[in-house]
Design a protein around this ligand. Structure first.
Ligand code: IDP
Length: 148
């Protein structure tokens, strides 16, 4: 079963969208493996966004993601990395289709509500940055038999 790292960013927490976002992934059929509300340190933010460190908006990105609590999550499901990216919509909410999280709730690119891993390598890296293995739970639900 594939795992991905999803995070409601400070704008999403402030906009009271944690429940809505969790609900979308739950209703889709994916299974929550771990979650926590956390304040990201400067150090963790820089590690998380390391691939963007040469971009002009890097400092703003780090300042924003550390500006308030985030809701960090690990979800499981078949093909979840790609499917979650589709459910999130394009990076810029102005280009994200209606029906996607960013398309429905975001307006500008720097406040786009949610982060989601974009590949198996980044999922593995991000999960281990934010969670210890003993914070993640694998289990089965009766509903799984109707989903798979
Ligand atoms: P992703 O979140 O859809 O994977 P990335 O290209 O990895 O998109 O960018 C990481 C985050 O950086 C985006 O979610 C967005 O919040 C922010 N970002 C991307 N491009 C810009 C920009 O041009 N200006 C400001 N922020 C940006």
């Amino acid at each position: 079963m594939e795992r991905t790292f999803l995070m409601v960013k400070p704008d999403g927490v402030s906009r009271q969208l944690i429940g809505e976002i969790v609900s979308r992934f739950e209703k889709k059929g994916f299974r929550l493996a771990g979650a926590k509300l956390m304040q990201i340190s400067d150090e963790l933010a820089k590690k998380h966004y390391a691939e963007h460190k040469e971009r002009p908006f890097f400092n703003d990105l780090v300042a924003f993601i550390t500006s308030g609590p985030v809701f960090a999550m690990v979800w499981e499901g078949e093909n979840i990395i790609a499917t979650a990216r589709q459910m999130m919509g394009k990076t810029n909410p102005a280009e994200a289709a209606p029906g996607t999280i960013r398309g429905d709730y975001g307006v500008i690119v720097s406040k786009n509500i949610i982060h989601g891993s974009d590949s198996p390598e980044s999922a593995k890296r991000e999960i281990s940055l934010f969670f210890r293995e003993d914070e993640l739970i694998s289990y089965s639900r009766p509903a799984d038999a109707s989903i798979y």
